[in-house]
Design a protein around this ligand. Structure first.
Ligand code: NAD
Ligand code: MG
Length: 398
């Protein structure tokens, strides 16, 4: 049966990997949705194509130089067009019932907060906004009568198996990690890894930034922070285990020794469907799990030596204050420099650690502002400045 009533939706970052999966799920399930807005960064051609298919009230492109192209292509369709970061914030706050937050990076924070203030259900893929200002975002969503439902597969898994009545009886959250494309590489091999090699993920097809994060395992570091905020769990009770098949999406261990896991084929439409229908379930022709075809599922301890990012994220959690926001900003700067071939792959984690260290010694990780969102944005901006300097130093060294 149909989910009723027809849901008004906004998809932020509709042209990206998660955005496309979201629209593909709407299509595959035949669910009726009223699309209020679709937004993109720069991919104007895909946005035009999506607009013609989904007939949203408005489409927004972040890059203002692309507005004329968008406007020309959609004239006489009745679809409104707009451009710029503030137009995306407005689209996020149009009064949708459900907002997919799938912009990449801290650029997703302001629109996600704007959606949260309207009391919408936020399907949250944009983990960086939680890492940046998690407690404030969750508080704002709840105060407005809305909710945040995780789309990140690990957090969706935990969300699905966590019994709210026994949240205080959780002994460990165990996040699974694929290990990424460099799981079996030596540090010497990783030192000369190219962007092409880093974005070639074995199990998932994702945007470039999260693919690099997955290769460095900073993705797991960001996800540990995400989990600590979403499920109000301290750093010591969050662990990561490598599981190359990506079939078990995460596990919750209770104090009585019972451990619950959620399984599924690696397809992001499954956690998106969960976030769309929760607490109901969305009927759609989902790929099914064929355990016998896998034969075996395997697990490994993450290697701290080759993948220092998990340790850096733990340190950021222990430091608290603005440290997670600073770590995230530094990582965004370093990943962009790596994708631009300015620094090597191992320089990413080194630059993030260097930025955190420098900010900590400057006392710049304290909450600078009484308002936690302002504070996160200030920390984000100063971490970007310092990370850019650190990256330039690394470049001169190479
Ligand atoms: P992507 O790069 O494929 O897509 C990003 C989207 O955001 C695109 O629509 C792009 O146009 C838009 N965008 C980029 N910069 C922007 C800006 N400055 N302002 C406005 N819009 C901008 O990324 P993705 O893989 O879809 O990931 C999106 C988010 O979901 C990320 O936070 C990622 O960590 C998270 N996530 C992704 C996956 C996955 O399987 N792809 C899984 C879990 C979590
Ligand atoms: Mg994930």
């Amino acid at each position: 049966g149909q989910l009723t009533p027809i849901r008004k939706v906004v998809v932020l970052g509709s042209t990206g990997s998660i955005g496309v999966s979201t629209l593909s799920l709407f299509e595959a399930s035949g669910v009726e949705v009223d699309v209020l807005a679709l937004t993109a960064g720069r991919n104007v051609e895909k946005l035009i194509e999506q607009a013609l298919r989904w007939r949203p009230t408005v489409v927004v492109i972040e890059d203002e130089a692309l507005l004329p192209r968008l406007r020309d292509s959609l004239q006489n369709t009745g679809i409104r067009t707009a451009a710029g970061a503030s137009a995306i914030v407005e689209a996020a706050a149009m009064g949708a019932d459900w907002v997919m937050s799938a912009i990449v990076g801290a650029a997703g924070l302001a629109p996600t907060l704007a959606a949260a203030r309207t009391g919408a259900v936020i399907a949250l893929a944009n983990k960086e906004s939680l890492v940046c200002a998690g407690p404030a975002l969750l508080r704002i969503a709840r105060a407005a009568g809305g909710s945040v439902i995780p789309v990140d597969s690990e957090h969706s898994a935990i969300f699905q198996v966590l019994q709210p009545a026994c949240i205080h009886r959780v002994s460990r959250l165990i996040l699974t990690a694929s290990g990424g494309p460099f799981r079996t590489w030596t540090r010497d091999q990783m030192a000369v890894a190219t962007p092409e090699q880093a974005v070639a993920h074995p199990n998932w097809s994702m945007g470039a930034k999260i693919s690099v994060d997955s290769a460095s395992m900073m993705n797991k570091g960001l996800e540990m922070i995400e989990a600590s905020y979403l499920f109000d769990t301290p750093e010591e009770r969050i662990e990561a285990v490598i599981h190359p098949q990506s079939v078990i999406h995460s596990l919750v261990e209770y104090v009585d020794g019972s451990t619950l896991a959620q399984l599924g084929p690696p397809d992001m439409r499954s956690p998106i469907a969960c976030a769309f229908a929760w607490p109901d379930r969305l009927p759609w022709p989902a790929p099914r799990l064929d355990l016998a075809a896998y034969g075996q599922l395997t697990f490994e301890q993450p290697d701290q030596e080759r993948f220092p990012s998990i340790g850096i994220a733990r340190e950021a959690m222990r430091l608290g204050g603005g440290a997670p926001a600073a770590m995230n900003a530094a990582n965004e700067v370093a990943v962009a420099a790596f994708l631009d071939r300015q620094i090597g792959f191992l320089d990413i984690a080194a630059s993030v650690a260097g930025t955190l260290e420098r900010m900590n010694s400057l006392g710049a990780l304290m909450e600078a502002d009484a308002d936690p969102v302002e504070s996160a944005m200030t920390t984000d901006a100063s971490a970007r400045r310092i990370a850019a300097e650190v990256v330039r130093q690394v470049q001169r060294h190479n």
